[in-house]
Ligand binder design. Structure first.
Ligand code: HEM
Length: 495
């Protein structure tokens, strides 16, 4: 009996000790998980805003990455943030735990673009709008768009010929024109397009200015221009309704949409999304196009390889007399590698922004509810762990598919870019026209970078465009490709 009591006693004591140890370990783990990531929140409210704005984002983030590792905290513009610089962390925020993080933008920026634009939203509204936009930017629509993109490229390069100009500003004109064609088809009267353009550029200038609502500031001028854009959009919607034909374009798709209960989108929802898409499509694509011109200019051997690939299509198209086709744009492997490497090197979306909707625990650190979270896409693209000799422009590296989650120029998950194929199409068509018909001289140094807000070579890459010696500007000697055909006729030719 005594023996059994002793065994029971030892058993109970061992169990109690085990429970105490387990609880202590749980508390230690919880305490560790409650630890904020390393880094500095800087001065109260101001945080590290001054440091970020006084150096380039690249220098700001890389110095902290070196000091603290791939997860660290900072505070910018009054917002405490956790910066995450690994593919696993980016996947957690954008894909696997995306429900714990919501899109977040300063209210002034939401107001400027329009609060109903899809990228400010989540859930059902976001999903419905995204399907509409994505559907309109899919292969069928893009296939029909090739002649229009080619016409826009031809007109942009024609206007640049013989002049020194900022490549970035020239590319912005191009991407605005392509955005307008994508959204409004070919149906926008020239004076309405000009009104849209002039007001849009005022909004864009104010978008990144400090939101001081005092007359005369960039911000208040932008707010006024945004109101005018709203009025222009109302006029366009009214005209389409009066016409009885809503249009076979993104605007028509948005206007025709009905949800399961038969409800249409409001005019404000349509307008905010049109302006949102225009906004998302323009500077992003223009920045990458500018980098492509610089990279090709700086790598003459590569330029020759791209030229050889593109001249084959030029010949196939009867010396440029016939327009480029969608099928041809699918057969440009060398040019495609150049585009992928340009997207990696330029990494124009340095990071994306989200906000934690509850406390999130990641790798032993706590990301408190309400804090901003920034997956650093550029750092992943420029890490020697995933891209050997990352500062070297080497398109051949993309002959091997990068490790999953390490190449995210268009983001990932529910908010990934629906315009990526259109952006790539613009790049292919521009490169085709540029290398087959033109040469360009970069003026001055092009190595410094400015942020506007996306990184672009200083002064937007000043360059002079000239006709290639073998391609005559004389229309009788070498007629322009048939890109001036009416879009529908041209689309029929390429189908
Ligand atoms: C090289 C050019 C482009 C780049 C690098 C780019 C990059 C991106 C990235 C990284 C995102 C995700 C942002 C996030 O997760 O917070 C995004 C979203 C978006 N992009 Fe692009 N983009 C480009 C061109 C375009 C074009 C041409 C269009 C439209 C015609 C477009 C429309 C959009 C839209 C509507 C969203 C929001 C999607 C959503 O919230 O569901 N983008 N883009």
């Amino acid at each position: 009996m005594a023996f059994f009591l002793a065994v029971a006693f030892i058993y109970i004591v061992s169990l109690a000790v085990l429970l105490v140890l387990l609880e202590a370990s749980r508390r230690r783990r919880a305490a560790k998980d409650d630890k904020l990531p390393p880094g500095s929140l800087g001065l109260p409210f101001v945080g590290e805003t001054l440091q970020l704005y006084s150096m380039s984002p690249k220098a700001f983030f890389s110095s902290r990455l070196e000091k603290y590792g791939e997860v660290f905290k900072t505070q910018v513009l009054g917002c405490p943030c956790v910066i995450l610089a690994s593919p696993e962390a980016a996947k957690m925020v954008l894909v696997s735990q995306a429900h714990l993080f919501k899109p977040t933008y300063p209210p002034s920026k939401e107001r400027m673009i329009g609060p109903q634009a899809l990228f400010f939203h989540e859930g059902d509204y976001h999903l419905r709008l995204r399907r509409l936009v994505q559907g309109w930017l899919g292969p069928d629509a893009l296939c029909a768009l090739v002649p229009d993109v080619e016409a826009a490229v031809a007109s942009t390069l024609g206007g640049w010929e013989g002049r020194v100009a900022s490549t970035f500003h020239t590319m912005k004109r191009l991407t605005f024109d392509v955005g307008v064609i994508t959204i409004f088809g070919g149906r926008l009267a020239e004076h309405v397009k000009e009104e849209l353009r002039s007001n849009y550029f005022v909004v864009e200038k104010g978008y990144n200015s400090f939101p001081i609502p005092v007359p005369g500031t960039r911000y208040s001028r932008a707010i006024k221009a945004r109101q005018r854009l709203g009025a222009i959009m109302s006029g366009i919607l009214a005209a389409r309704r009066a016409n009885g034909y809503l249009g076979d374009d993104l605007l028509g798709t948005l206007m025709r949409y009905r949800d399961d209960d038969g409800a249409a989108l409001s005019d404000d929802q349509v307008a905010d999304n049109v302006i949102g898409v225009l906004f998302a499509a323009q500077d992003t694509t223009a920045s990458v196009l500018t980098w492509i011109l610089k990279f090709l200019h700086d790598h003459p051997k590569l330029l020759e390889a791209v030229k050889a690939e593109q001249m084959a299509f030029y010949e196939e198209n009867d010396g440029g007399r016939l327009p480029l086709t969608w099928a041809q744009t699918r057969r440009m492997p060398v040019t495609n590698l150049v585009i992928l490497e340009s997207l990696r090197m330029a990494s124009i979306i340095t990071f994306t922004f989200r906000e934690a909707v509850e406390d999130v625990h990641y790798q032993g650190f706590k990301i408190p509810k309400g804090w901003k979270v920034m997956p650093l896409l550029r750092s992943i693209h420029h890490s020697p762990k995933f891209f050997e000799d990352p500062q070297q422009f080497n398109p051949a590296r993309f002959k091997v598919t990068p490790r999953p989650g390490t190449f995210l120029p268009f983001g990932s998950g529910v908010h990934a870019c629906p315009g990526n194929d259109l952006a790539k199409l613009e790049m292919l068509v521009l490169i085709h026209r540029l290398v087959t018909s033109y040469r360009w001289d970069v003026i001055g140094s092009s190595d410094a970078v400015t942020y506007s807000p996306f990184p672009v070579p200083k002064h937007g890459l000043q360059a002079r465009l000239r006709r290639a010696p073998t391609v005559s500007a004389d229309p009788d000697a070498a007629p322009e490709p048939e890109v001036a055909l009416a879009p529908a006729a041209a689309a029929a030719r390429t189908a």
